[in-house]
Each structure stands twice: as C-alpha cells, then as structure tokens.
Design a protein around this ligand. Structure first.
Ligand code: ADP
Length: 601
C-alpha cells in the first residue's frame, strides 16, 4: 500500500463519522420515544377494550340469566361465553363469580395460543338494574396478542424506516463528500501540472457549484498568465542566451566552459579551431579526455591540479599553463564560474594562441644574442688592430699599416651598418611619416651599386645592371630606399658564390603603374617555406647552409620601408641551392595612397 492509498482520518472524515453517529443516536432516540408512546397508548386502548367487553358481558349475563339458577344459569352463561370467545381470539378466558366470590362458571378460549398467558384481566360487577342488587362479577382475560403484534409491527416499521433513512443519509453524505473531493481532486491535478511546469493547463469541471466554478476560472486565469509570463521569460532568456552565445562566439580567444563534473557544456568556434576539433566532438564529454593530435592528454593534469585548490585560491589566482597542439602554443587560463547566488558551478578555460608571441620572444632573445655577438666581433677586431698599431705601428711597413687600417674601416662600416639598421628599425617601425621628394630612381640605383663596390671586390663578384630608359621620377625617401636596396645587395653579396655575377634590374611595369627593382644572385637560395618568413622581424634562417650571422632585421626593414612608407610591395623568388631574386615595386603615383599609413606586423 503506498502513501496515497493509506487510510487516513482527516478532520473532514472525522466530522462525517461523528455526524453519522450523532444522527444515528438522534434517530434511535426518536424511534424509542415513538415506540414507547405508541405502546402506552395501545395498552390504554386495550385496557379500555377489556373494560368494554367485561361491562357488556356483565349487563348481558344479568339479563339472560334472570330468573334462572343452578345448572340452567351455567348453561346459558356457557353458550353465551362460547359465542363471544369464538368471535374474539384475543379473549383468553371469561369467568363469572357470585357476589360471595364463588365461581359460577369459567370458560377458556379453545382457539387461544396456549403459550400466551393473559396479560390483562378486567373485572366488571353484575348488577340487576331493576332491583339494583349486586349479583356477582365478570372477569375477562385478554391475551394482549394484538397489542404485541401491533407494537412489534410498529417496531419493525420504525426500524425499517430508520435503516432506510440512515442509508439515505449516509449515501447523501458520501455522495456529497465524493463530489467535493472530486472537485478538489481536479484542482489538485491542475496544481500538480502547474508545479511540473505545464503552464497554461486548464481544468474543466462538469456540474460543479457556482463557487467551485469561480475557483476553477480563477485557476485557469492564473495558469494562462503563468504561461504568458513563461513564454515571455523564455523569449527573454533565449535572447539573452543568444546574445551571450554571440559574444562568446565572436571572442577572438578560444573559450571552453565546463560544469563542476568536468563535462564540456559550451565551446566557441575559436576553441574548436585551436583544439583541432571537428564539430561538437568535445561537447558533453569529460575535458580530461581531450587529446591533441599527438595523442597527449593536454588538460588532464592541470585540471586535477586546479580542482585541488580551495575556492578562494581558485578565485584569486586563475591557473595558467601552456599546451602545445599541432605546432601551436596555446596559453590556457582556468578560472572558476559562479552562479548569481555565488554557488560554484564549474570553470572556464580561455585559450589564447601565443604561438607568434612565443616565436617573437624566442626571436627577440635570439636577436639580442646575435646583436651582442655581432657587436663584440667588430669591437674586438677594432681593439686588437688599434692596440697593435698603437704599440707596434712603427715596426710595420706602410703597406701593412694600410692593410690594418683597411680592415679597421671594413669593421667600422659593418658596425655602422648594424647600428643604422637598429636605429632604422625603431624609426621605420613607428608610425612617424618619413619625408619624400621627387627622385630619379635610376641615379639612386647607380649610387647604391657604387657603394657596395668595396664589398664586391672582397668577394670577387660583379654586378650586371639592366635599367629601362625613361623611368619616371618617383616620390620617395632617398635614404630609406637606398638602404633597402643596399640590404638586398649586401645579402646577395653575402650569399652569392665567389666569382659569380649579381644581376640588378630596374624596369617599369606600365600596366600596373609600378617601377620594380630586382637583385638576383646564384647563391644558396631559400626553401619555399621561408619565403614569407624572411621578411618578418628578427627572423633568420639558421641551419647548415645559412651560417652567416646577422640580426634578422635587414629584410624586415626593406618590407617596412617599401610597404608601410611607400605603398609598394616586396617579393622573393628563390630555389634552394639555385639562387634568389629579391625585389620591390614602387607605385609611380602615390597621391592616392597618401593619408593612409599601413601597419605591418
Ligand atoms: P640578417 O640581417 O640577419 O641577414 P635579413 O633580414 O637580411 O637578416 O635576412 C633574413 C634571412 O634571410 C637571413 O637569415 C638569411 O639567411 C636569408 N637571406 C636573405 N637574403 C638571402 C639571399 N640573397 N640568399 C639566401 N638567403 C638569404
């Protein structure tokens, strides 16, 4: 038996039972009172009936026995009594006595019920009316069977009526109770539906009272309002959620939201991209199980570490660590998530792609080490050469001294070049505009070529110059473009094989409205994957073939000069071990670009 089936006596049930018991007592009391009353009246009437019979008998007996005596009198009384007894079964006996109390005659009713004892006996005197003399008495014994029958019939009828009334009463109470509880049940079912979230549920009651109908109407009205409120709320919540999702999706960093059981409940597209996921692969799974393309569990240990922290520690200092997935370095920050009631509901992992920053950091430290090395070498050479010349200069002939001074000069030129590069880098990388003037680019190319003559001689190299005629004047910064070209030239000289020829071309691309300069060498060349990278800040190819030291700034400065400050573009065509062609193009008319300042990475 479950809870709802248990018989429980509510106050209402108790009241109904009390009402039934009370009404039973009241009806019983009324029935007993009525029976007793009827019985009393019946007994009185019966007594009167006996009185009447005995009186009539007394009068008749005196009349019919007048002038007789002895056996004759007894005979007359016998026949008269018998005739009366025959017609009245209720009379048990008739007894005649003389005025001395002596028995004259007594007769018993043969039809009487032998078991009945006369319940009433009534006597009347026999008086001779003419003389007024008392000649005896007549006693009539009555069985009381009729009154007994009447009272038992009355009792039975009252009991019957009582039972019927009680049953009807109980039935009415039960029906009434059922009807009331039926309405309550309908109401209870409705309330249950509402509490389970079925807003808008309607209750219908057939043949219910007006008050109950009003109650039902009020309930339905409330239900409708709740459903409207709910719909509005859902709309607002959906809108809020959509907004939040839109914000989450548009965040540039990856965001992974986990519940307190480490189940991934939300992640934005960027996170999917960074973690190399297809679709909703990670959704609804344990974040511990995430493995990168190499099959490593990236988050598992850190999540466990984070979960060991107290809530205060979690909130005050988010856990930060780096993971590497498929060549990318992702900075991951785990911070706790709280509900409005400040309950802990899970955590958020923010993923930031720091591959570039990490590379940049590495490149910067590489740059610093390169610069220090590059500075130390010429400074050491300078110191030792100057020291030798200062202390032992007189011991050397003039030719040797000249050679010493030549080496000093070369080192100073290198030093100067490097310092200029570093200074140019900070100047050109800033957004400050550089001055431009109309320049004959052909003359600029000639000047640059003659500047590197010393270096060419050192490496036994030659330059072949191919220039278009009538190249228009260009609006450029003479020094910046010269340095860019010298960078290309000195790189070509660095990497070109001894005794080879470096080709420099200057030509106009009429259909594109550009003037282009290229520098070609037959040197070690560059593998295709480095073509873009060689123009990045501090980037240097450092492997077995590229052993020449440098700062990694030269080509970045060319790119900045050409693209950011002169609205042109740089390019490289190169094949490993087959040589390289570095070049840049400058727009003939820069007026359409002036005003905007391109930002380069
Ligand atoms: P650095 O000043 O250190 O030489 P650059 O920016 O000028 O730096 O060059 C970047 C990288 O490009 C260098 O590491 C070098 O290996 C490569 N490079 C530049 N020019 C050439 C070339 N003509 N042939 C082969 N490699 C080159």
């Amino acid at each position: 038996m479950n809870e709802s089936q248990k018989v429980s006596f509510t106050t209402q049930n108790k009241l109904i039972i009390f009402g039934l018991v009370l009404s039973t007592f009241v009806i019983m009391a009324i029935a007993v009172f009525a029976t007793v009353n009827i019985q009393r009246n019946l007994n009185e009437s019966y007594q009167n009936f006996g009185q009447v019979i005995s009186k009539v008998l007394a009068i008749e007996s005196v009349e019919i026995t007048k002038g007789t005596s002895g056996d004759v009198t007894r005979k007359i009384l016998k026949s008269h009594s018998d005739s009366i007894l025959k017609s009245h079964n209720d009379i048990v006996f008739i007894e005649f006595r003389d005025n001395n109390g002596g028995l004259i005659y007594k007769t018993l009713n043969k039809n009487r019920d032998k078991s009945t004892i006369p319940s009433i006996s009534v006597s009347s005197p026999m008086t001779d009316i003419s003389s007024g003399a008392n000649i005896g008495s007549v006693t009539v014994g009555l069985s009381g069977a009729v009154t007994g029958k009447i009272s038992s019939t009355t009792r039975a009828s009252i009991l019957f009526v009582f039972i019927i009334v009680w049953l009807v009463f109980a039935f009415v109470i039960l029906i009434n109770t059922y009807l009331i509880t039926r309405e309550l049940r309908i109401l209870r079912d409705g309330v249950k539906k509402i509490s389970s979230g079925a807003f808008g549920y309607k209750i219908v009651g057939k043949d219910v009272s007006e008050e109950v109908q009003e109650l039902f109407n009020a309930f339905n009205d409330m239900s409708l309002r709740l459903s409207l409120y709910d719909e509005k709320n859902i709309e607002e919540l959906t809108l809020e959620r959509n907004k939040l999702e839109a914000v989450l999706m548009s965040i540039a960093n990856g965001v992974v939201v986990c519940d307190e059981n480490d189940k991934v409940v939300l992640l934005n597209n960027h996170a999917k991209e960074l973690l190399e996921l297809d679709g909703d692969q990670l959704l609804n799974t344990d974040i511990h199980n995430y493995v990168d393309t190499q099959g490593d569990y990236c988050f598992s240990d850190k999540i466990d570490e984070y979960k060991k922290l107290s809530l205060e520690e979690k909130s005050s200092k988010p856990v930060e660590f780096n993971i590497s997935t498929d060549g990318r370095i992702l900075k991951s920050i785990i911070s706790p998530m709280f509900s409005r009631n400040k309950d802990y509901v899970g955590y958020i992992i923010v993923l930031i792609d720091v591959t570039r920053e990490t590379e940049m950091d590495n490149m910067k430290s590489q740059f610093i080490s390169n610069v220090s090395h590059e500075l130390r070498t010429p400074v050491t050479v300078l110191r030792s050469y100057i020291d030798t010349l200062y202390n032992y200069g007189n011991d050397f002939d003039i030719e040797t001294q000249k050679e010493f001074i030549g080496t000093l000069n070369t080192e100073i030129v290198r030093l100067n070049q490097m310092v200029n590069d570093i200074l140019d880098f900070s100047r050109l990388d800033s957004n400050a505009k550089i001055e431009k003037s109309e320049t004959d680019i052909s003359q600029l190319v000639d000047a640059c070529v003659s500047q590197v003559q010393v270096l060419l001689k050192e490496h036994n190299l030659k330059i072949e110059l191919e220039k278009d005629d009538n190249i228009p004047l260009l609006m450029i910064n003479y020094d910046a473009i010269s340095r860019a070209l010298i960078n290309y030239l000195s790189n070509a000289i660095k990497y070109a094989p001894q005794d080879s020829v470096i080709t420099v071309k200057l030509f106009k691309e009429p259909e594109k409205n550009l003037v282009t300069i290229t520098v070609h060498d037959d040197g070690i060349g560059i593998a295709p994957e480095f073509h873009k990278k060689v123009f990045e800040r501090f980037y240097r190819i450092e492997n077995d073939t590229h052993t020449v030291k440098g700062t990694g700034l030269g080509l970045h400065l060319v790119k900045t000069t050409i693209e950011k400050h002169h609205y042109g573009n740089v390019f490289v065509k190169s094949q490993l071990n087959k040589g390289s062609t570095f070049g840049f193009s400058l727009p003939i008319d820069i007026s359409e670009f002036e005003g905007e300042n391109k930002d380069l990475v």
